[in-house]
Design a binder for this molecule. Structure first.
Ligand SMILES: [Fe+2]
Ligand SMILES: [Fe+2]
Length: 185
């Protein structure tokens, strides 16, 4: 945790998760155009921009620490999971579940990192704060009878991700290509 590699791994994994969220929201805005309101579509595109801001904070921190982006593999699990969502509702619940798990991890990281790298800790803390509204948005559009978490009381229950349950199979990140996912158009 307190090592340069440990910090780098977390920054890299988080940046790649943000990248997948950017593509996920844009993909959903395209894929479910007929199914959702113009308002939700615009909200998704707005969230994609926020995820891009988060990714850029993380990439800038990696660069600031002189940690190479491509020295370790990352997983495209999230992106492949989004593609298995067959409805806007399933997508919303799935991505909100992923954001909630990411947020929990970010909060834990921010707390433990405070003594080693306060700058990275602050970035993770700020992202976690902003992810709250992303998660809430999903349940505003697609309420569940049993709410899977309660952000106000900080009691995550992790039920939302059951909307889809893809199998995990991490892949090696390419060392020679760009930090990007396939185009969905
Ligand atoms: Fe984000
Ligand atoms: Fe988000």
């Amino acid at each position: 945790m307190g090592t340069r590699e440990g910090i780098g791994d977390r920054l890299r994994a988080a940046a790649f998760a943000e990248l997948q969220a950017i593509h996920g929201f844009r993909w959903a805005a395209d894929r479910f155009t007929q199914e959702v309101s113009a308002e939700l579509r615009l909200d998704w595109l707005r969230l994609a921009q926020e995820e891009e801001k988060h990714m850029n904070w993380l990439l800038a921190r990696l660069e600031g620490l002189g940690i190479p982006l491509r020295e370790r593999p990352v997983s495209d699990f999230l992106w492949r999971s989004f593609l298995t969502c067959t409805s806007a509702r399933a997508f919303c619940h799935y991505i909100a579940g992923a954001e909630e798990r990411g947020r929990d991890a970010g909060l834990r990281f921010a707390k433990r990192m405070q003594q080693f790298d306060p700058i990275s800790a602050e970035i993770f803390g700020q992202i976690a704060e902003e992810e709250k509204s992303h998660i809430e948005l999903a349940y505003r559009y697609f309420p569940l009878s049993t709410r899977p978490f309660d952000l106000a009381n900080q009691t995550p229950m992790r039920a939302a991700a059951t909307a889809v349950s893809p199998t995990d199979s991490p892949i090696q990140a390419p060392n020679d290509s760009s930090f990007a996912l396939p185009k969905h158009r």
